[in-house]
Design a protein around this ligand. Sequence first.
Ligand code: ADE
Ligand code: ZN
Length: 321
Amino acid sequence: MTKLPKIELHLHLEGAAPPAFIRTLADEKGITLDGVFGPDGSYEYNDFEDFLKVYEAATTVLQTPEDFGRLTQAVLEQSAAHGVIYTEAFLSPDFCGGRDLGAWREYLAAIREGAARVPEVEFRGIVTCIRHFGPDKARETAACAVDTAGDLITGFGMGGNEGLYTQGDFAWSFAAAREAGLGLTTHAGEFGGPQSVRDALDDLHVSRIGHGVRAQEDPALIRRLAEEGIVLEVCPGSNVVLGVYANIDAHPIDKLKSAGVPVTVSTDDPPFFGTDMTAEYDALTKAFGWGDAEFRSVYRTAAEAAFCDATTRARLLSYLE
Ligand code: ADE
Ligand code: ZN
C-alpha cells in the first residue's frame, strides 16, 4: 500500500451520498422512498438502467441549497477518510433547481460552503449534463456552466445513459463550455463500445474520458489514446458491479496502462458500488500487483490531468518529491 495521498477525478456528488444521509433527509422532509434501499439499508437496483432510476429517486430528497451543502460536506469527509486530497465532483444543475441560472448560483454557493468545511480536500466541480435528458436540457446545463466558470467550476461533462442519443448531439454544449475555458470530459466506453470513445474525441474534443475502458477492444484506439494523451477516469469497482466486466481480474485497466494509455482511478458512485478509494487501491494491488510505482504513476497522471490552476497542480505534484 502506498503512502501517497490520492486524487479522485470521477465522482458524482449525488451518487456519493451515503444511504444514511439520504434516509435522514427523507425523514426530515417526511418523504417515503420506495424501491431505493435493500433490506440491509444499502442502495438496491438490478442493472444499469435501474441504477439510474434508483439514483434519480434518491436525489428527490435533495431539495434545497442547504441540502447540497450538507451533502458536499458528508461526501468530502468520506474522501478525506480515504486519503484523498483533491476531488473533482460531477455537479448536476438538473438536480439543483432544474437548470435555472439564479437557482444554480445559490446551490453552488452552498456547495462551496460545504466544501470549505472540509479543508483537507481541495475541491473542484465539473458541471454535468445528463445524456438521457437530451441535448436541449444539456444546452441549459452548459449555460449554467459558462455562467459560473471560475475558481470552483473548472470543467464540463456528461453522464447518463450511453444508449440514448450520440455524443455529437451534445457538440454545441461542449463547444460553449470549451469557449468558456472549461476542461471537458464525457462518459464513453462504459456501456458503449470503442466507437463511443472515438465519437467523444472527434465530436466533443474532450481531453479526458469517463471510464473509456472498452477502448481495450480496439488496438488502433488504444494507440490513439496513448499518442494523444487522452486520460481515462477509470472506476474499476463500478465497472464490475454494473457488469461491464465479470470481475476485477477481467478488468482492462492494467493492460491499458501497460499500453501507455494514461489511466487514473476513481470510485464513480461509491455507496452504490460498495466501494471507496482504499478498496479500489487494494483491489488493484490484489488483482494486478500494483504497488508504489503504479500508484505514483496514476497520481502523477491525475495531477497533470486535473482541471485546476497551475498553482494547485504544482502543489499536487510536489507530493511526489
Ligand atoms: N451517472 C452516475 N454514475 C454513472 C455511470 N456509472 N455511468 C453513467 N452515468 C452515471
Ligand atoms: Zn460516472
